[in-house]
Write a protein that binds this ligand. Structure first.
Ligand SMILES: NCCC[C@H](NC(=O)CCC(=O)O)C(=O)O
Length: 446
């Protein structure tokens, strides 16, 4: 049977903006208050999706969330009409208000952790939405993420959906950004690597001191249990606390894997050698490529600036691998030189393709942040909601939809405009029809 890795990219929402909400994420803080362009952001994302589909890849789309989150503002005590809620929240609790406007669901690497069917005890594909507890603006996402995932993967025979982990820092979970799967073929049992930033229940263990570690070991273990993964097919690795303190807020900013390739920076992990030994032992006899980038070739600072590791490594239909990199990597001499060499090293990676995703990069999201990987067999792919898959028709429809509903400039002040709320709801209502999702948003359920 055929098997695929399908990338489900997040569609950028109509309120894409820069509010400096993510302490520990250098780009987010540096671009606070910059003017954003939601229309361009959505189109950059659609172009990347279409380009991958045109390369012969299976490409999916995950719908964005409703923002501003009026339901949350009401839960926090703002009352009156929607316009009054917006006005009072913007005036009296600006930071809370801005958090409730973030279109951060666009980074679907943080939507959920996914375990493909060959890895799980019941032979289904398992999904656990990430609780994203470390940042208030992101903690608004998991419930609607669950609704969207259920509407996208809507067949219980093939797909199992779990509730997100408890909303507490002890179980802080950032989803697939801290999870990589190594395998020989997508349809064969794989080795799931969970990378955590700290131990929640053991303060004696190493942890970063400057910036927060968003993911805990205990969260990773809970997900492995929920998904029915065997101990032999899981490796837990601690992220190096020093790189978290240098702005590596997710593991996918410093390492990425695909099939039998693990591409990582020398400083990415805390106990590198023992973790790699465990991977080698559990992966078995098959060929495995560890591609380690030395600090002397690319500094952690350059890795964070260019998102060298927030690249997608994809297996093309001819079975060679390509790297999907942001144009920032091409513009940085050290990183560009490294990538030019990489394709000549005799690893499965043979090609680099650059994409302009600057609107996302300014908030600390590269090509890999924009996608959730779901390995599927042919039958499972047939069971996916077909309107969530990218093709020529859906590309045209979604571009027309963006042109109709999205603004091309958004400042902090625009976010309090009740007209923007109405535009966004009209856009999302139409989108749920285009993607046949049903009523996934709170405003559709009132
Ligand atoms: N995987 C990439 C996630 C980027 C995301 N940025 C943000 O939420 C920035 C939002 C703002 O600052 O407006 C984060 O840090 O979780």
């Amino acid at each position: 049977m055929k098997q695929y890795e399908v990338n489900f990219d997040g569609l950028v929402g109509p309120t894409h903006n820069y509010a400096g909400l993510s302490f520990g994420n250098v780009a987010s803080l540096n671009n606070a208050n910059a003017v954003s362009n939601p229309k361009e952001a959505a189109k950059q994302g659609l172009l990347k999706m279409k380009a991958l589909a045109d390369m012969g890849m299976q490409q999916g789309i995950l719908a964005p969330q409703e923002r501003p989150d009026i339901a949350m503002l009401r839960r926090l005590g703002f009352t009156g009409s929607d316009a009054t809620v917006l006005e009072n929240a913007a005036k009296n609790a600006k930071q809370v208000f801005l958090a409730c406007c973030s279109a951060s669901s666009m980074w679907t690497a943080n939507a959920a952790t996914v375990s493909p069917s060959p890895d799980t005890a019941d032979g289904r594909v398992h999904f656990t939405p990430a609780n994203l507890t470390n940042k208030f603006h992101r903690s608004l996402e998991p419930r609607v993420t669950g609704n969207i995932l259920k509407a996208t993967f809507a067949n219980e025979k093939y797909f199992a959906h779990h509730t997100h982990l408890p909303d507490n820092d002890h179980f802080g979970d950032e989803g697939a950004a801290n999870h990589t799967r190594l395998c020989t073929d997508y349809g064969h049992a794989g080795l799931e690597l969970f990378v955590y930033g700290r131990h929640a229940f053991d303060a004696s263990k190493p942890a970063p001191t400057r910036y927060p570690a968003r993911q805990t070991l205990e969260a990773c273990q809970a997900i492995a249990r929920l998904h029915g993964l065997s101990d032999e097919s899981v490796v837990y690795m601690q992220q190096n606390p020093d790189v978290i303190d240098q702005g590596v807020f997710h593991n996918d900013v410093i390492s990425v894997g695909n099939q039998n390739v693990l591409f990582y920076h020398e400083q990415a992990f805390l106990n590198t050698q023992s973790s790699l030994d465990e991977i080698r032992q559990k992966f078995g006899e098959h060929p495995l490529h560890f591609i380690e980038v030395k600090t002397s070739a690319v500094s952690v600072e350059d890795a964070v600036k260019t998102y060298l590791f927030n690249t997608q490594i994809i297996t093309l239909p001819d079975n060679t691998m390509a790297i999907i990199a942001p144009t920032e990597c091409e513009e940085n001499p050290a990183v560009h030189q490294y990538l030019q060499e990489l394709v000549t090293l005799g690893t499965p990676i043979k090609e680099v393709k650059y994409f302009d995703v600057k609107q996302s990069m300014r908030n600390g999201g590269g090509p890999a942040c924009l996608r959730l990987r779901v390995a599927l067999t042919e039958h499972e792919l047939d069971a996916v909601n077909p309107y969530t898959l990218m093709n020529d028709d859906q590309f045209k429809r979604l571009n027309t939809w963006v042109d109709k509903h999205y603004r091309d400039a958004l400042t902090e002040n625009d976010l309090r405009d009740p007209q923007l709320l109405m535009e966004s709801r009209a856009a999302l209502d139409e989108l749920t029809q285009l993607m046949k999702l049903g009523s996934v948003y709170p405003f559709q359920q009132d």
